[in-house]
Design a protein around this ligand. Structure first.
Ligand SMILES: [Zn+2]
Length: 325
């Protein structure tokens, strides 16, 4: 149902209406960042075109909807990038398939992912096709890099702009590809970008850096000056962690935010979702005011380091000030 697309309401409602009022274009370009749900929306749009309901939405259960879901609908063609390019052969094969009469209905739909990866010849070949579209054929091109497409292609398509995905949306997509929930949510909150968050989750050091941050935070609240030992031995002596100190501070900032959410009884909203217990434990020891001051101190430290302040002195100072509260 279109109503399920809560993150892209305006786009969903636009596509829904174009079907409801019979204003189907022959070519759409879905443009927006990776992770915004373009592919999912394209499939839903295709379902709505073929669904027995014929009221602009899809039921999800009729034969057409099921065939599309399974990737077996004969009138839907999907072109995905292979070896990082969409070649002229790919486009010609598609055109040949589309020249046959529709097998199941009066429409044929093709969905081209990462359409910016068409070679120049492929794009020119597709262009001719977009200029004289065969009856009943609907093109849905997807791209996260609209500026890499030929202007002539853009001018032949109805451009449908997607909003940047929310951290929650990015996190659930990362989880769908097998990333652990706690890391996925943390990475999504820090980068707000699907690709970057995905890359973070895949580096082993990200999980280590987060564990180290959690330990330092515990030591700050509970172990007095021992926190400085942790800072020296675990963080400053390791070349790998020193290189990623800015990320470390981002993680610490997010951790403080999560403690605050626990203090407010909003545990369901924390990003370090797999660490609710330690978060709650730390929340018992710190006041709201102290957390707010703490976040300010972390931000100041980030700022000082961005201006080439001494790393060791800045971090020691941060730890001591956090303890003073
Ligand atoms: Zn249906």
């Amino acid at each position: 149902m279109w109503s399920e697309f809560t993150e892209q309401k305006r786009t969903a409602s636009f596509l829904h209406q174009s079907l409801q009022y019979n204003r189907l274009s022959h070519a759409y370009l879905f443009a927006g960042p990776k992770g915004a749900g373009k592919k999912k929306m394209a499939l839903h749009f295709a379902k709505a075109i073929f669904c027995v309901r014929q009221d602009g939405d899809s039921c999800g259960t009729c034969k057409s909807c099921r065939l599309i879901e399974e990737g077996n609908h004969l009138d839907i063609h999907r072109i995905a990038v292979e070896k990082n390019v969409i070649s002229i052969e790919d486009v010609q094969t598609l055109q040949k398939k589309l020249s046959y009469r529709a097998a199941e209905s009066s429409h044929k739909v093709y969905i081209m992912e990462e359409s910016e990866k068409m070679s120049r010849e492929a794009a020119n070949s597709l262009l001719k096709f977009l200029e004289e579209p065969p009856r009943g054929v609907v093109a849905i091109l997807l791209t996260s890099q609209i500026h890499s497409l030929l202007p002539t292609i853009l001018s032949r398509c109805q451009i449908v702009q997607f909003q940047a995905p929310s951290p929650e949306q990015i996190a659930s997509q990362l989880e769908a590809v097998g990333m652990k929930a706690g890391l996925a949510r943390t990475a999504a909150a820090i980068t707000n970008d699907f690709e970057q968050a995905h890359a973070l989750c895949e580096t082993e050091s990200f999980a280590q850096l987060r564990s180290l941050m959690i330990q330092l935070s515990e030591d700050i609240w509970e172990r007095g000056t021992y926190a400085l030992v942790t800072l020296h031995d675990k963080l400053l002596k390791q070349e790998k962690t020193v290189e990623r100190i800015d990320l470390f501070l981002d993680l610490l900032l997010l951790w403080f935010r999560d403690i605050l959410l626990c203090l407010l009884g909003q545990e369901s909203q924390v990003m370090n979702i797999d660490q609710v217990e330690p978060l709650q434990k730390q929340a018992l020891r710190i006041s709201q005011r102290r957390l707010a001051t703490g976040m300010k101190i972390i931000l100041e430290t980030k700022n000082r380091l961005a201006h080439y302040a001494n790393l060791q002195l800045s971090l020691e100072d941060m730890v001591l000030r956090l303890q003073e509260g």
